[in-house]
Design a protein around this ligand. Structure first.
Ligand SMILES: [Zn+2]
Length: 460
């Protein structure tokens, strides 16, 4: 009799566990990407000191999401979502240099539909062509919140277990107004999530909200495109749309962002990087060497090397003059903690030491700047704070920028870089910060054969 009760009891316990497990499995998951919302805004609205006024009660985080370099969408989203299967973009921006065709492509309304940027199709609810963003530019907060509401309604009606929403309007609002405009999006989203839960009590869901990069600025930004072009010309290079002669350098100005790229033959890379890094308003330029990378800056220059030992990454940062990445001051503390071996610095320690530094996670991000697009730049540069780069006449942002654009991103610096992530997925504990290619893995299985993002061994 006692044995039977025990067996019966065990059976009940097992069944209950199975039911609980099944319920856990059937919970839907909603992913929301809010383009360009800085970490600080998320931290402000979720500040526990606000008590009942704090938004997103019951959520963990926000975490600092350390974006890619360049800190902009066509690179950052594949950086963040690549580990779960999103393919890379053909360029850093809609307008880019195509190595195979040997010329500049993209950026027009027609090519928008013709040239594939896989991230644009990744989301269940995302952006629908350039027209959408032009309309959003007029009243980005109002129209953006309306679109977000439509997206949430679609999610509630959808039978998908996993649903992905992308908001472009937060990017436009950040550029033309300021990141403070994102507070209104957060207030609206907080309500929308509560309403969606009330509307579907029998279909529980958890939520992961994140952004792809931050936003920096405040004062009218100065465009370094013309001075950069002039400096190349004075040094004897020709700025072209095609690469034909060895003296040709291709620039691809498009949106008003704080990074830019140059494309040229390998022999020119060093000289072009030196010339561009010396332009006022350019913080640093980097290019790939046979082994490692080289950084040129008005603060000096350095080489960077990487090695892998037993699955762990190590970096060697060797300034030849000055300290372009402002890293040397961090080394003694790392040495004390045993994070330096024969001059090689532990990757995990480098990440931790630089999350809130002027240039977060610079080694890994510079190295990946040449991996995260299928048409990598010969030389990639980061503008100084207060500066931007772009074409005076192309792109939605350039149109808006005719006034005085005050906010943008793309650069290596902290404000442009730090996005956020928060979630109410059960069991997830929010770390201080997370690197772009690790951010989504706690919430989603890795794509097959892609457990993590690694640098390819090939030259491109
Ligand atoms: Zn933007």
């Amino acid at each position: 009799m006692a044995t039977r009760t025990l067996v019966f009891g065990l059976l009940v316990v097992t069944l209950l566990a199975a039911v609980a497990g099944a319920e856990e499995l059937s919970k839907r998951r909603l992913f929301i990407a809010l383009d360009a919302v800085p970490y600080q805004i998320a931290a402000d609205v979720m500040n526990p000191a606000l008590g009942d006024e704090a938004l997103f009660q019951g959520f963990e985080g926000p975490v600092r999401l350390v974006s890619t370099f360049p800190s902009s969408t066509s690179v950052a989203l594949p950086g963040i979502l690549g580990p779960i299967g999103l393919e890379r973009s053909p360029g850093y921006e809609a307008r880019f240099f195509d190595w195979q065709e040997g010329k500049v492509r993209g950026g027009g309304a027609v090519s928008y539909g013709r040239i594939e940027f896989p991230w644009r199709d990744f989301f269940d609810w995302g952006r629908k062509g350039v027209a959408g963003s032009a309309i959003e530019a007029v009243k980005p907060v109002k129209s953006g919140i309306k679109r977000l509401r439509n997206a949430m309604d679609d999610f509630v009606r959808s039978d998908k277990d996993e649903f992905w929403i992308y908001s472009a309007a937060t990017d436009i609002a950040g550029h033309v107004l300021s990141p403070q405009a994102h507070v209104d999006f957060f207030k609206a989203l907080d309500e929308m999530i509560l309403e969606a839960r009330q509307a579907s009590p029998d279909r529980p869901f958890d939520v992961v909200v994140f952004s792809d990069h931050g936003m920096d600025g405040g004062e009218p930004l100065i465009n370094v495109f013309k001075p950069a072009k002039r400096a190349l010309k004075q040094a004897g290079y020709r700025s072209k749309k095609r690469l034909k002669g060895t003296e040709d350098v291709v620039l691809t100005p498009f949106g008003l962002v704080s990074n830019f790229e140059a494309y040229t033959v390998d022999e020119n890379k060093g000289r072009v990087a030196e010339i561009l890094a010396a332009v006022e308003g350019v913080d640093l330029c980097a290019y790939k060497l046979e082994e490692g990378w080289r950084i040129e800056s008005h603060r000096g220059n350095a080489t960077l090397q990487q090695k892998e030992v037993d699955g762990e990454l190590w970096w060697k940062y060797e300034p030849h003059h000055g300290d372009p990445l402002q890293f040397q001051d961090l080394v003694p503390a790392m040495e004390e903690e045993g994070q330096v071996r024969d001059g090689w610095l532990s990757d995990a320690a480098c990440f931790e030491a630089t999350v809130v530094a002027e240039n977060p996670d610079p080694f890994y991000r510079i190295a990946h700047a040449f991996e995260l697009t299928t048409n990598p730049a010969s030389v990639i540069c980061s503008a100084s704070r207060g500066y931007m780069y772009g074409a005076p006449h192309t792109g939605v942002l350039a149109q808006i920028g005719k006034g005085h654009l005050r906010w943008t991103h793309g650069a290596l610096n902290r404000e442009a870089t730090l996005g956020f992530l928060f979630s109410d997925v059960a069991g997830w504990e929010a770390p201080e910060a997370v690197r772009f290619d690790r951010a989504i893995l706690p919430f989603h299985d890795a794509a097959e054969g892609e457990p993590e993002t690694k640098l390819s061994k090939s030259s491109q």
